[in-house]
Design a protein around this ligand. Structure first.
Ligand code: DX5
Ligand code: ZN
Length: 216
């Protein structure tokens, strides 16, 4: 099956965000990925609900919102209201993850859980059946353009095995340091969705890069 591709607007040109969204609309991308950072859960602050609301008005792809924030329960409804189709919360930021996943679903969004590089796949054993997607961080969250963490390949294979042992069709999304080389290996290990920020937006031909990721 062809890869699903989610360009991350963290690396977009915020002086011309509308043009970059239009490029994604016309590209083969499947989602638009938003890296929301609060400066507490991660050592960086990015953007929040106003950006999602404005992009939603012109977006022609589902909004895939990655919440790198503490206490995400407070913001599930506002982000769904703003236009999020997929909400990803960090396992490491949730005191009651099962309740948070149910909360995301209660607002009609797809529920996704993210694991930082140090968090083992096994922590999801008792909730994998409730998830629409698992996002594996292949860099330490907070910044685009970082070096890919090689151990991610092992985690993808483990997660693929865990998902295949259930009758769920939970997707595997990977975020950080994705390019043609890492992307191909990730897909071979069983990943479904590739998030790419700097690889897409640093290129002179972002639409072609997206198509190239789709056809890995
Ligand atoms: C990290 C962010 C980045 C971003 C993609 O917190 O989540 O991983 O989406 O970054 P690139 O593709 O530039 O490594
Ligand atoms: Zn992300």
């Amino acid at each position: 099956m062809r890869a699903l591709v989610a360009p991350s607007i963290l690396s977009a040109d915020f002086n011309n965000l509308g043009e970059d969204i239009e490029m994604i609309n016309q590209s083969e991308a499947d989602y638009i990925h938003f890296d929301v950072m609060d400066g507490v859960f991660v050592p960086n602050i990015s953007f929040g609900i106003p950006v999602i609301e404005h992009v939603k008005k012109i977006a022609k792809k589902p909004l895939d919102v990655h919440l790198m924030i503490v206490d995400p329960d407070k913001f599930i409804e506002p982000f769904v209201e703003a236009g999020a189709s997929i909400i990803t919360v960090h396992y490491e930021a949730c005191r009651h993850l099962h309740r948070t996943v149910q909360l995301i679903k209660s607002f009609g969004a797809k529920a996704s859980v993210c694991l930082n590089p140090h968090t083992p796949v096994a922590v999801l054993e008792d909730i994998i059946g409730d998830l629409d997607m698992v996002l594996l961080m292949s860099v330490n969250p907070g910044f685009g353009g970082q070096e890919f963490i090689e151990n991610t390949y092992r985690k993808v294979a483990q997660l693929r095995e865990l998902i295949d042992s259930t009758d769920t069709d939970c997707k595997i999304e990977i975020d950080g340091g994705v390019n043609y080389e890492t992307g191909k290996k990730l897909l071979d290990k069983g990943a479904d969705v590739l998030v790419a920020g700097s690889f897409v937006f640093s290129a002179g031909n972002p639409k072609e890069i997206i198509s190239g990721l789709k056809s890995l």
